[in-house]
Design a protein around this ligand. Structure first.
Ligand SMILES: NC(=O)c1ccc[n+]([C@@H]2O[C@H](COP(=O)([O-])OP(=O)(O)OC[C@H]3O[C@@H](n4cnc5c(N)ncnc54)[C@H](O)[C@@H]3O)[C@@H](O)[C@H]2O)c1
Length: 255
């Protein structure tokens, strides 16, 4: 699918990997709905591209806000062709603390945002994509989910995050199979360590150690490199049901 003149919805589009994806898609001529619960950052980004974007304040754990974001894309730009799920949060807590076991509400929140939120947006966007006219390959839409290398090499304290991200990996193929009848492709990206606002807080020795832990290239990933892979997934009509690590060959150590 050529993104030019297509309509994309990007969750978590106000920051980091999602923002880089929004900018990449705009550069290629797409219209983009930015769905994020950070209204200030999301609206500011949308205001920089008033003709080609719309902002939806959306917490992906609230299904009515997910519906409203999908509806906004259709109302403003006529349809949804591309969904990129980037909204996500992390957490660090060991299964056993000194005084108590892992906080169960924290575990549920991390799974709710990363896994349930991604599934809710995917099912609601796919329902609307299914009404699109198919292209020459019979394709009506493309869905990208953002997992993590933690799906495979979760570190100490990452049970909730790794469980949620592994859930995305696990549902990639069944989603692609479910949606094959309507011509919607689904792929998942597992980023390694990317230089997003989250990582900007890590400086000095710690940052150098992170960079050294990447076999090659020995640096953090750039958000635009994530966006380029989204672009490949959107553009390549035969890429479907696949999980792709984007990580400089890193395998995370236990901690
Ligand atoms: N940066 C990395 O190294 C890295 C590595 C592996 C995976 N990831 C994944 O990539 C995705 C993007 O990460 P990032 O580094 O760009 O983070 P980020 O914090 O820069 O951006 C995440 C965006 O998601 C939004 N968001 C968070 N919870 C939300 C919710 N409930 N509803 C709607 N929006 C919500 C935030 O407001 C923010 O704009 C996440 O899913 C993250 O788990 C990142």
């Amino acid at each position: 699918m050529n993104p030019n003149e297509k309509v994309a919805l990007v969750t978590g589009g106000a920051s980091g990997l999602g923002k880089a994806t929004v900018l990449w898609l705009l550069d290629k001529g797409a219209k983009v709905v930015i769905a994020d619960y950070d209204a200030a950052a999301g609206q500011a980004l949308a205001d920089e591209h008033p003709e080609a974007t719309a902002f939806a304040k959306c917490n992906v754990t609230l299904t009515e806000e997910v519906t409203a974001a999908a509806d906004l894309a259709v109302d403003r730009f006529g349809r949804i062709d591309i969904l990129v799920n980037c909204a996500g949060i992390g957490a660090a807590e060991r299964t056993l603390g000194r005084e108590a076991p892992h906080n169960l509400d924290l575990f549920k929140t991390v799974v709710a945002v990363n896994l349930f939120g991604t599934f809710d947006m995917t099912r609601q966007a796919a329902f609307r994509m299914a009404k699109n006219e198919p292209d020459g390959d019979g394709c009506r839409g493309v869905v990208v989910m953002t997992s993590s290398v933690a799906a495979f090499d979760g570190q100490i304290g990452q049970t909730s995050y790794a469980a949620a991200k592994a859930g995305l990996v696990g549902m990639t193929l069944p989603l692609a199979r479910d949606l094959s009848s309507v011509g919607i492709r689904v792929c998942t990206i597992c980023p390694g360590i990317f230089d997003t606002p989250l990582l900007a807080m890590v400086q000095g020795d710690m940052r150098a150690r992170l960079e050294q832990s990447v076999p090659f290239p020995k640096r953090l990933g750039q958000p635009d490199e994530f966006a380029q892979l989204v672009g490949q997934i959107v553009s390549n009509p035969y890429l479907n049901g696949e999980v792709i690590r984007l990580d400089g060959a890193i395998r995370m150590a236990p901690k």
